[in-house]
Design a protein around this ligand. Sequence first.
Ligand SMILES: [Mn+2]
Length: 362
Amino acid sequence: MPDATALSSFLSQAKLEALLKALSGSRSVLILTHDNPDPDGLSSAACLRYIISKRLGLKTRIGYGGLVGRAENRSMLRHLKIHTTKLTESTIKRHKSVILIDTQPMTGNNSMPTATRPLGVIDHHPQRKSTRAPFIDIRPDYGASATILTEYLFASGLDVPTNLATALFYGIASETQDLGREAVEADRMAYQALFPKTNWSILSHIRRPAREKIHFAYLAKAFKNAVAYKNAVASTLGRVEYSDIIPQVAEMLLDLKRISWCLCTGRYKDQILISVRTSRVKGRAGKVARRVVGSLGTAGGHDMIAGGQVDCTGKSEPERDRMERKIVETFFRIMGKQESGDLSDLLPPDESEEKPHEEREE
Ligand SMILES: [Mn+2]
């Protein structure tokens, strides 16, 4: 009997051929990943572009909305020479053949116009009822989209360039926290297959990029604003210049002792973005994220990682502040906090900031 790996490579072989067939009448292809993309989305897109251009000779571009802000991700694009284009909805509309990667239509985290239908969807998030496309390959059990694309790459029989192997390796490693989070056998196999082809010195540069001062300012703010209730912690960043600091903070806070749930919120442009993380393997973080935003926005995710967004166009700054605080309150209510329950500051107050009269003996 064939083992699980052989089965998944049969599946990927068949899926890849079906995808190439679906694309064969196209003049050019847009590979669109989510807004503010992460290494999983970016490496998957780079891999698909490589396969399509080698196998079909088609012009392809990688597009996304938002911003690649995180220093690691910018460094990955630069070092691995992955060319991407920031696109608006009107530019996306002009493309006939769009493949969505690491996201699905109507999730609220990509810039695909709602009226437009993609030609293909490749993703590892749970399939949405509204997701329709001539080609679909959604594997919600997989830890990373980059694993699906790694299988395509090996199934294609093409050479595996070092840059691409390094990108995919980093995509899987960062998405699954080095196979420790939501990784399945397929992710482990892909990781092992890419391992000997990865450029370690480039990878090390990607993982330890030179950072702007503002990164440390955000971290300082995140720790200062963090409040905890039992095993849950939340922090608000307010306005940020790049949004991927929000998941980064959420992941950092989860390192805290006795903490198994965390939420980080921040405002990027006209949206409040939220990241939810849990160390519980069957935590249903996606469900928590959806309850946190409620009817205010959209959210989704996996068992341990989830995110969401709330549109606040037309709202004043104080209103936006209030909305962010309300999101945090809702999160703690979901975490079991009663009206009377107290939140505690994560860090002890800074003594130098204490008001002098508090120290005076009366
Ligand atoms: Mn992903």
